[in-house]
Ligand binder design. Sequence first.
Ligand code: ZN
Length: 268
Amino acid sequence: MSDAATLAFAAVLLFGLGLIFGSFGNVVIARVPESRSVVRPRSACPSCGAQILGRDNIPVISWLLLRARCRACGAHISARYPLVELTAGILFVALGWWAWQADRLGLLPLLLAWGLVGLCLAMIDVDHHRLPDALTLPMLAVTAGGLLLAQLLGDPGSWLAAAWGVVIWLGVVGGLWALSRGRGMGLGDVKLAPSLGALLGWISLGSAVVGLLAAFIVGALAGIALMIAHRAGRGSRIAFGPFLLLGTLIGVLVGEPIAAAYWGGVVG
Ligand SMILES: [Zn+2]
């Protein structure tokens, strides 16, 4: 196969994987906040309780074929389900593209794990205004394991830079949590920060700084937009987890070139 054909095949494969894992992500988003098993029972229609058949559980396609209705009772099925699946597919392709062009494919398993879990955490935080320990705490170990795997696969990341990433992210997020007495940042954000800081720091110190700045810039813009739309008053709280995760994505995808442009390559 030519290089272009190989890349196209890899992109299709990653997109398909993203759809399938995104479908599982929908189960995680619905059940983890309620401390229910993500394995049993099988998915059922929330309206009539009918089990969802295998042929009706194909990511995106089933939703389209069923025209957003339950086969048993005809209840409307939210467009959120196929959108989460599509987002996971796009994330997997974007992360795969980044790892390939940056020559850091050893880091891809950890990036894909974060792509999926990060999407789930963002949706759960929007829904419930919390980041469950059941996801944030295991991801500390998954991140450490994923970085070790990357090192074994020859990825050039540095443990020292990863440690600095942890210090910067935990320092800023934990500091804001302490200063605001938990009103600006939640404890869930503090538990999320070290993993994201380690991942970004491992890529480069500049990525960790750009990712954190991006989280606050995007968060501030979203806050202003919501206030203009009168959907959030000064006292209302906006979940910050999605912005930490979005900032991380920005830090991964474009952190190094941005850092190099601003600091002339001195940082990272
Ligand atoms: Zn139904």
